[in-house]
Ligand binder design. Structure first.
Ligand SMILES: Cc1cc2nc3c(=O)[nH]c(=O)nc-3n(C[C@H](O)[C@H](O)[C@H](O)COP(=O)(O)OP(=O)(O)OC[C@H]3O[C@@H](n4cnc5c(N)ncnc54)[C@H](O)[C@@H]3O)c2cc1C
Length: 501
């Protein structure tokens, strides 16, 4: 049986590897020149730029993600850097700083000392987080579509102590908690960790996952994760074809409805397949590759009404200096905000690659600043005024460097390389709708909605990737790749085999 997988992001590479474990032939086709999708790393001169994964979740036994990484040959072995501090927040206006420590009691103490007025809400949050323990909310041995009653009972039993987090005050948005907090630094800290619309349990889960040592930096960047996935795929006999853009998913009519039979590439070449997995973004798959033919009203509603994760702009600077002793992840609350389109930039998230010699030559460092920005601003410039687009990127980089000068005097003279990746860049290289980093915003409605991975009226096509498994980053995408192959096995009535490691 031959499976064609569209898209070589984490989901597509995982789907390919699990397909090979079933004894299927598999070709993964990728429109870009390299695999990785949003988990991208690229080189500029002497510097390496990380465009994707900041923190990998599930780096120790206890979460399903760990088992998946193990299946795919990622762990053990993938170079990781553990953090004792998730992030350091600094308010430039008051010079007050706070660190999110792995030790939740220490965090509670710091927050209480910073703002005694907020002590009650802080206590509630930290107590709830500690009580929650490690919540593997996305864990699913099998996709929902083929879960048996036994699977559902086991799932409920596994989550029995944590089910209460999916109701009551825990599904209130983070913004409701933020509204009760008086201290601006704590407000900013909460809103940097999670979008205001996400449920409180999601914020607690994030803190808890970190405090249990389940999040780590990729020491050698996303490329180390993607490279290992590609090696695992190719060593198992799979083919990865880059520079291969799928223009159309081919279908044929049968007595029982339509079924996918292959793909047509941009160069008109046809790849036949018994099953097609699309791990490309959902909009391209449904509206372009399938011409909008297999959309039901629920899918249309998603595109019309659901919010996307807010896109980010990333300014990467290769600088001739070191940042000894700095925490790798920092947030600056700016004394002098600046404007980008209609957005006021009040915070800069910094990532300092002082833990990783891989990203810069000796005695030099890669430092990145990122912040939320609007798709419409960058899209309008890129499509309508290319020189204006480049000029705006340059202006934004200068604004960032000016803000960094306050903390790292002399840095503007030490900058050797500037790379600005806008939401338009993200869209151009990965086709993710409006440059959304992590697909749909993980609000309660999205998380519980179980987005279908098969389409009405079309057999032999399965969807994978973060558009059908939102809210769980790389781990969720990888799991969706496994689920896609489980669905193929179910449809073709063959038993599913895990990857033998
Ligand atoms: C700046 C940034 C920071 C992030 N930080 C984290 C983090 O800290 N932790 C975390 O877990 N996640 C993080 N993420 C999210 C994570 O990278 C994504 O969730 C994950 O990469 C999604 O994988 P995917 O395979 O579902 O989709 P993608 O990575 O988008 O892959 C889809 C692939 O399909 C290809 N494709 C599209 N159309 C076609 C076509 N027509 N033909 C062929 N190929 C096609 C694309 O080129 C792409 O390679 C971050 C993302 C970004 C951008």
């Amino acid at each position: 049986m031959h499976v064609v997988v569209i898209g070589a992001g984490p989901a597509g590479l995982a789907a390919g590897r699990y397909a090979l474990a079933q004894g299927f032939d598999c070709t993964v086709v990728e429109r870009h020149t390299a695999a990785g999708g949003l988990a991208a790393t690229w080189r500029r001169g002497d510097f390496v730029i990380e465009g994707g994964v900041r923190l990998l979740t599930g780096v120790n036994p206890g979460l399903q993600a760990y088992d998946l990484y193990h299946d795919l040959g990622l762990l053990p072995g993938l170079p990781l850097t553990e953090l004792s501090t998730l992030c350091r927040f600094l308010d430039e206006r008051t010079d007050r700083a706070i660190e999110i420590s792995r030790n939740m009691d220490r965090l509670a103490l710091e927050l209480r000392q910073l703002s005694p007025d907020d002590a009650e809400h802080v206590e509630d949050l930290i107590r709830g987080t500690k009580r929650m323990g490690l919540l593997d909310w996305a864990k699913m041995e099998r996709p929902l579509e083929i879960m048996t009653t036994g699977d559902r009972l086991r799932q409920t039993w596994r989550l029995r102590h944590q089910l209460r987090y999916f109701g009551g005050i825990f599904v209130q948005p983070v913004s409701a908690l933020v509204a009760k907090i008086s201290h601006p630094l704590i407000k900013s800290l909460l809103l940097t960790l999670c979008a205001p619309e996400t449920p409180l349990w999601y914020l607690m889960m994030l803190l808890s996952t970190f405090s249990h040592g389940q999040k780590a930096l990729l020491t050698e960047g996303s490329i180390s994760l993607v490279g290992r996935m590609v090696t695992s795929l190719e060593e198992a006999g799979g083919k990865l074809e880059t520079n291969c853009c799928v223009k159309e998913i081919l279908t044929e009519q049968t007595a029982h409805g339509d079924r996918a039979v292959g793909v047509r590439l941009a160069n008109e070449e046809v790849l036949e397949a018994d099953y097609v997995v699309s791990a490309a973004d959902a909009y391209s798959t449904l509206y372009e590759m399938l011409h909008g033919k297999y959309l039901d009203s629920a899918a249309k509603t998603r595109f019309r009404e659901w919010k996307l994760c807010r896109p980010m702009i990333q300014v990467s600077l290769g600088v001739a200096r070191r940042f000894t002793g700095e925490t790798p992840l920092k947030v600056l609350m700016l004394r002098r905000p600046f404007f980008v389109g209609e957005t006021t930039v009040e915070n800069l998230s910094l990532r300092i690659f002082n833990y990783a010699p891989h990203f810069a030559p000796p005695r030099k460092t890669m430092i990145q600043a990122s912040f939320e920005t609007s798709w419409s601003h960058w899209n309008a410039l890129a499509e309508g005024d290319r020189s204006g687009y480049e000029a705006e990127k340059e202006r934004v980089a200068k604004e960032v460097i000016r803000r960094l000068e306050l903390h790292y005097p002399g840095i503007s003279r030490q900058v050797e390389l500037v790379d600005v990746a806008t939401p338009y860049t993200t869209w151009r290289y990965t086709r993710n709708l409006q440059g959304a980093n992590e697909a749909w915003l993980p609000i309660p409605e999205v998380i519980v909605s179980a987005i279908p991975r098969t389409l009405p009226g079309l057999a032999h096509l399965v969807l994978a990737g973060h558009w059908v498994a939102p809210g769980n980053g790389v781990a969720g995408s990888i799991l969706s790749g496994r689920h896609a192959v489980q669905l193929i096995c179910h449809q073709s009535q063959t038993p599913f085999h895990n990857i033998r490691t």
